[in-house]
Design a protein around this ligand. Sequence first.
Ligand SMILES: [Zn+2]
Ligand SMILES: [Zn+2]
Ligand SMILES: [Zn+2]
Length: 232
Amino acid sequence: MERLHLHEKEEFINICREHGLNYSDRRLLVLEAFLERTEHLTVSDLKKHLQVRGHLLDGDFIAETLDLLCRYGYAYKKEFEGQEVQYEHRHIGWHHDHLICAECGRIQEFNKPEIEALQRRVALAHDFTLLHHNMELYGVCAQCRRRRREVVPLALVLPGEEVHIEKLVGGRQVQQRLADMGLTPGTKVEVVKARGPGPIIVAFRGSRIALGHGLSEKVLVSANSSPTKEVD
Ligand SMILES: [Zn+2]
Ligand SMILES: [Zn+2]
Ligand SMILES: [Zn+2]
């Protein structure tokens, strides 16, 4: 284990002792397993990791220990949209933000000093004392983008995407219904809500339209998800 992690482990043992916490070797197993991994982990990831090492621990016990680590400043609990709760290391003096792929859930970390400085300036301009922040950028990662087909049914688009209607498919009646709603080839629509239960909501010309899943399968669209696309 790295020196930093060894130091964190010793520190944690001391804190547990001083605070009369239910400190046990089983808790240390969780701590060690957590510190061995550098990525964002769910309780079940950690459970599997421990299991491979021959330690069969209860998920609730793992979650409780991870929450304890959060309370004492060793971990962060993260709830990214559409994902299971995850935990990550919290190292003193090292801050980072996240890029989250809405397609595959991949999380990339970054630290951009200019953005950090800009946030401090915004706080200052509002006479506001900044304590901490969370920045989560949702989008499509390079791998998922490469895997995408150029034209997909509207039902497969991600919320937040701006797409062009390329073609309507299905029977004449269905096509007419879509056309009556204004969904004709060439129209640019923004997907407000997609996937999951309930209708798909798209916005265009300043209003929202709700489409059932069946109907949204009949609208073929192309998304401009090039990363160079500038958005404001
Ligand atoms: Zn930041
Ligand atoms: Zn992805
Ligand atoms: Zn992170």
